[in-house]
Design a protein. Sequence first.
Length: 393
Amino acid sequence: MNIIFLDWPCFCKEDSVSAFKALGHQIYFFSHPEYDARKSPAFDAAFDEFCSKKHYDMVFSYNFYPLVSEGCKRNQLKYISIVYDAPHVSLYSYTIVYPCNYVFLFDQAQYEELSGMGITTVHYLPLAGNADRIKTLLARPHSPNRYTSDISFVGSLYNEDHNLFDRLTGLSDYTKGYLEAIMEAQLQIYGYYFIEEILPKKVLAEMKASVPYHAGFTGIQTDEYIYGNYFIGRKLTEMDRIRTLTSVAEQHPLRLYTLNQAFSAPGIENMGTVDYDYEMPYVFHYSKINLNITLKSIKSGIPLRAIDIMSAGGFLLTNFQSDLLQHFTPEEDFVYYDDLQDLNEKIQYYLTHEKERRQIAKNGQEKIRRYHSFEQHFSEILQLAFPEFKDLQ
């Protein structure tokens, strides 16, 4: 098949292109600076012109974009998207219901929410990994010292300038106290995000008055969703990650790979950023323990970080996410913690039980290779979208 690949700075591009080609398909890249806009006549014209030059069977993108869906509807193309961001407000666009869409969500809870609304274009599928990539990287010249540690965490601390919650000003004492209380309660809970459910209209009204945020009239997103996830969810993630990392570092030094190079804390060595494709797998492979601290707005799903850790043959120690139990076995393929005390106890245990730790890492990598490769997932997706083909490989 001829596949249009929406080319933007997404993760997993190289692995995806290689997988599609391995399955016998041709890839044609389309890019436009306004791919994620709400409306763009320039995008529409460029997309239609691109589609007119050749016969294409489908469009593929990471994350779902309404303009692309509109373009596929006009040009009678199927649109397959795999969503790895959460929150992703575009999922609440009216265009999500177009029959041309096949939207794959990695978060079972979000899938059930949208499916429960009668939206038939969404499907649940965990994210894919490339368990063979690390073999290629290990064969290349590299310096293990930059990537070797007892404990590491790779990811944003969400304390950069774009933190929307920190822009809220002029809130009443009641609203400030209410937000502080529900956020502190949420920090004690892993595997269930309840903030959207308990935001009173009065509190939302004050937040909106302080920092107005409107996603337009093109979807069904609610104020609870916007302020519960983009404002509070990201702030909660900042609080959770800093508390967790500083708690660990009080007992065991760790390396942090993050965007904010100004962040520092006792016991934490800030290594700055690493390239997703060519450095991050080394970190996961050479770290004895890789921490995953999930973005709070991911309600049940397995984050891409966790998949990438296991793909690289790294030992995964993560907060609880219920979707993990559907695909992996705790203390066989990965390990999860219940709270900070449990986390630190498990760090101590697995640092001193190397054979067991290595076996768990090996099991996780093998399970990715056997059940969650890009080729396997794309084959399943294409057979769903194109049932007329008996053998797409």
